[in-house]
Each structure stands twice: as structure tokens, then as C-alpha cells.
Ligand binder design. Structure first.
Ligand SMILES: C[S@@+](CC[C@H](N)C(=O)[O-])C[C@H]1O[C@@H](n2cnc3c(N)ncnc32)[C@H](O)[C@@H]1O
Length: 215
């Protein structure tokens, strides 16, 4: 990683870090000490969305700037991407993003029931070999935890350029109601997929069950 990126991690990440270090629930209205930043993130007090695997963070920053009334918890273990997103947030004066520089599943486990309005994962790692499909993010255990943390009417938005992953996503969320995917910017991995001639699939589902009268 370049010196500039290490600088961003050391100097800028403390300002945006979600601060999820200690185990324990992030309950609605709880505050998380985010280091140097003068204010505290109040999880669940404002509509909050979980952004999983933001890569270099360009789409995350662009969407957050477009939706200033939404708080975004953005997760990515790849530090070069974390550094890049920190830089984009500073340069764009974007204040509604907190970064978890690690595994989104840890954040999902820590979140209180019904605390999110949305979960999104754009082009999660494809794990193309059959024997590696078990490592894919979107699998039954992901549906279970997503159902728990989403508020009624919340939306999960997924995108992939891998045909059999799209089928897997659809089958994992088969009991949910499909909705029109929200608009989103093109991501870096989407561009790679398009250049390789792959078909892009966006899928979105809501927690409401169609026709069954569930909240
Ligand atoms: C194929 S890349 C897509 C990046 C970006 N969304 C895009 O479309 O350009 C998938 C990303 O998900 C991240 N990732 C994989 N597992 C993750 C997890 N459990 N939590 C958070 N991020 C994860 C990887 O580090 C990688 O950057």
C-alpha cells in the first residue's frame, strides 16, 4: 500500500471508524465512540443502511453524498479501499458514513433487531468454484441475520455479474418480496464485468411478505 494510503489510515480512519471493537449489541439510540470525531454516531436514531464490501468506495461515497439523511455503515476489510474511501469522504465533505474496516458479519451480529432500513452488497466475491460456494456472502445464514436486523419494509439490494450467484441470491431470498432495485452508480467491479461482456443482475427484496398480511 502506498505511503499516502497508510497516511489516510492513520490520520483519517479514526475520524470515520465505526469503533466496533468491543463485543456487545449496538442497540437503537446507542452511541459509539468514534475517536477524534466531535459527534457520535447514533445508531438507529436516523435511518441507517449497511453497505457490505465497498471495494474502493467510489459508489459508497457517491450514494452517501446523494442521501445525506441516511447514515451508512460501510464495511470493507481491504485497507487500500478503506484508505480510498476515507479520502473520498474528506474531499467530498461527506459526514454520514462510518467505516468498519473488517468483516460485515461482525457488524450484522452486533446490530439490534430491526435497526436498519437497508442492506446492500454490490458484486460480492463470486467464489466461482462449486466447492467454494459455501464461502459466498449471500447464503441462508445471511438471509437469517438480514431478516433480523432489517426493520419492517427494509430492503436488501444485491448486484452480481455471476449468473449462478444471481440464482443463489434469488433462492436465498425466495420468501421475500422482490422490489425494483434502487438506482446506484456503476462500481469498479461492475465495470470490469461489463468490459468482459458479463450480464449485470440487480436484485432487491423487502421484508414484507406479499399477500400474507405480514408487517
Ligand atoms: C468483488 S469486490 C466488489 C467491490 C465493490 N463492491 C465493487 O463493486 O467494486 C468484493 C469486496 O467485498 C469485500 N468483502 C468480502 N467479504 C466481506 C465481508 N465479509 N465483509 C465486508 N467486505 C467483504 C472484499 O474485500 C472485496 O473488496
Amino acid at each position: 500500500m502506498s505511503t499516502a494510503k497508510w497516511h489516510a489510515i492513520e490520520q483519517l480512519l479514526p475520524r470515520y471508524d465505526l469503533g466496533l471493537t468491543a463485543p456487545g449489541p449496538l442497540v437503537a439510540g446507542s452511541t459509539v465512540d468514534i475517536g477524534l470525531r466531535p459527534t457520535l454516531l447514533e445508531i438507529g436514531l436516523r435511518p441507517t443502511l449497511l453497505d457490505i464490501g465497498f471495494g474502493m468506495g467510489d459508489a459508497t461515497a457517491e450514494m452517501a453524498a446523494r442521501e445525506p439523511d441516511l447514515d451508512v455503515i460501510a464495511c470493507e476489510p481491504h485497507l487500500a479501499g478503506v484508505a480510498n474511501l476515507c479520502r473520498l469522504l474528506v474531499d467530498g465533505g461527506i459526514e454520514n458514513v462510518r467505516i468498519h474496516p473488517g468483516d460485515a458479519l461482525d457488524v450484522l451480529d452486533a446490530l439490534a433487531d430491526g435497526s436498519l432500513v437497508g442492506v446492500r452488497a454490490f458484486f460480492p466475491d463470486p467464489w466461482p468454484r462449486n466447492r467454494h460456494h459455501i464461502k459466498r456472502l449471500v447464503q441462508p445464514s445471511f438471509e437469517t441475520v438480514t431478516a433480523r436486523v432489517l426493520a419492517s419494509g427494509g430492503i436488501v439490494h444485491l448486484a452480481t455479474d455471476v449468473a449462478d450467484y444471481a440464482l443463489q441470491m434469488a433462492s436465498v431470498f425466495t420468501t421475500w418480496t422482490p422490489v425494483l432495485p434502487p438506482s446506484r452508480p456503476m462500481t469498479k467491479f461492475e465495470r470490469i464485468g461489463r468490459e468482459a461482456g458479463r450480464t449485470i443482475v440487480d436484485l432487491a427484496f423487502t421484508t414484507r411478505l406479499s399477500g400474507l398480511g405480514h408487517a
